[in-house]
Design a protein around this ligand. Structure first.
Ligand code: ASP
Length: 455
């Protein structure tokens, strides 16, 4: 058994559904459970409708719902076989009928409670999964639909629910596994239900999480996350072209990369799979022949000790200096409290006895933060910076890395350096204008000779 997850763009149209049917069909012998997101931008559009209803614009909200109904009818109508058109129409009728009632309830309440938010969002995946299951037979893939809410049992933290693992795994084993033995099964990602059957969601982008939970529950051989990129590369393609595909990477390395902007996958979402030692493969639905990146729980031996270079652009460095820091305690706490109060995440930190430099990428409250910090210290703000992060399991045991890094970019001014927290990354802050030049030099230094087992 395998789990295959497809995101919103992979199911956004009849043509897209035909393409994924071809991919799923070619894996039919491995008994797939398919997890899909809502079609295209449906989740955002549902949320916009809910907001309009809450603001009292019921007519606008219902018009949005009508547009979504037309979109699903058009693409669904083109995707499903003629004999399923009646089923499709009935499906649209009930789902959109219920959605309208929900939008009216939101308008009456004047707010979107977390439970109603989940209810509204859930129509995206409920519809997409039902339509994909109806469409597959037209493209030669026998399929059945599974309502995720009947297997994925969660707590009642609406909007960010967490699975009740043992119950969920039991249901996957009892209900989903026998279905997968018979034919391809299609399930909506992102949604679940409480023990009492109230609809919940796992948080935005939650379909990857659903795929990992399903894989863990089924004891799948592999979880495939189908995206629109080939997998993880040795450098961020938005910064530098010509990176090589990383074929094997450890979970911890993938987590470091994701944190620094390699937005292929949020590693926390695949944790249930990693805990059960189930490999997760990132694949490209537009180039299914590319083998992709396999994420495994154990470190991957590799003669290149750097696996990839990730970057984060448009970073601001805030430096805080105060002689009062000298030998004092509690000073750092006061500084971080300010960032906490303004809900501003801090990425990199380096400290000396009298100063702290840190990086942020959300600057919405920067002037307030600066004003507050100025009461206790001298503050300087440096915009347009970039973080470069070299990641590799082997960095922890390799000497001479720093020398190679610094000589590769000896003519670039480095503003901050950090190594050690995870022992497998070295992060540098450079001026945004130097980013491409620095990444290019580092990439040439570390990836001119490649371990054929890994790249
Ligand atoms: N449809 C949901 C979202 O847009 C979940 C997902 O696509 O993973 O966040």
């Amino acid at each position: 058994m395998i789990v295959m997850k497809f995101g919103g763009t992979s199911v956004e149209s009849a043509a897209a559904m035909e393409r994924i049917a071809g991919i799923v069909g070619s894996y039919a012998h491995r008994k797939p459970l398919v997890v899909v997101s809502a079609m295209g931008k449906t989740t955002n559009r549902l949320l916009a409708a809910a907001d309009k209803a809450a603001a009292g614009n019921v007519e606008d909200a219902l018009r949005d719902a009508e547009e979504l109904r037309a979109f699903h009818r058009k693409e669904g109508g083109a995707a499903v076989p003629a004999e399923s058109l009646g089923t499709l129409n009935a499906l649209l009728e009930t789902h959109f009928g219920e959605l309208e009632v929900t939008l009216e309830a939101i308008a009456k309440a004047g707010e979107v409670t977390a439970a109603l938010w989940d209810e509204v969002c859930s129509y995206g995946e409920r519809l997409s999964s039902s339509i994909v299951a109806l469409a597959f037979p037209k493209f030669g893939v026998a399929a059945r639909h599974l309502d995720a809410r009947s297997v994925l049992v969660t707590d009642s933290r609406h909007g960010q629910a967490l699975p009740l693992y043992s119950r969920t795994y039991q249901r996957f084993a009892e209900k989903a596994a026998p279905m997968v033995e018979e034919s391809v099964v299609v399930m909506g990602g992102f949604i679940g239900a409480t023990v009492d059957g109230v609809t919940t969601t796992l948080g935005r982008g939650g379909s990857d999480f659903s795929a990992a939970i399903a894989g863990a529950g089924l004891g799948a051989e592999e979880i495939q996350i189908w995206t629109d990129v080939d997998g993880m590369l040795t450098c961020d393609p938005r910064v530098l072209a010509g990176g090589h595909l990383v074929r094997h990477i450890s979970f911890v390395e993938a987590a470091e990369l994701a944190y620094f902007g390699a937005k292929v996958l949020h590693p926390a979402t695949v944790l249930p799979a990693i805990e059960k030692n189930i490999p997760v493969r990132i694949l490209n639905s537009r180039r299914p022949e590319v083998e992709g990146t396999l994420i495994v729980s154990e470190p991957v031996p590799c003669t290149n000790f750097v696996k990839s270079i990730a970057c984060k652009k448009d970073i601001t460095v805030v430096s805080i200096r105060s002689l009062r820091m000298l030998m004092a305690h509690g000073f750092l706490r006061r500084i971080f409290e300010v960032f906490d109060r303004y809900r501003t995440p801090v990425d990199m930190v380096s400290t000396s006895e009298v100063s702290v430099s840190l990086t942020i990428d959300q600057t919405r409250f920067l002037s307030d933060i600066e004003a507050e910090l100025s009461k206790i210290a001298e503050v300087t703000v440096l915009p347009n910076q970039a973080i470069i992060c070299l990641v590799g399991d082997a960095l922890r045991e390799t000497s001479g890395v720093a020398e190679r890094i610094f000589s590769a970019i000896k003519d670039v001014n480095i503003r901050m350096i950090s190594q050690g927290a995870s022992l497998m990354n070295v992060s540098l802050v450079v001026d945004g204008a130097d980013l491409v030049r620095a990444v290019d030099a580092l990439h040439r230094e570390f990836f001119t000779v490649l371990d054929p087992e890994v790249f």
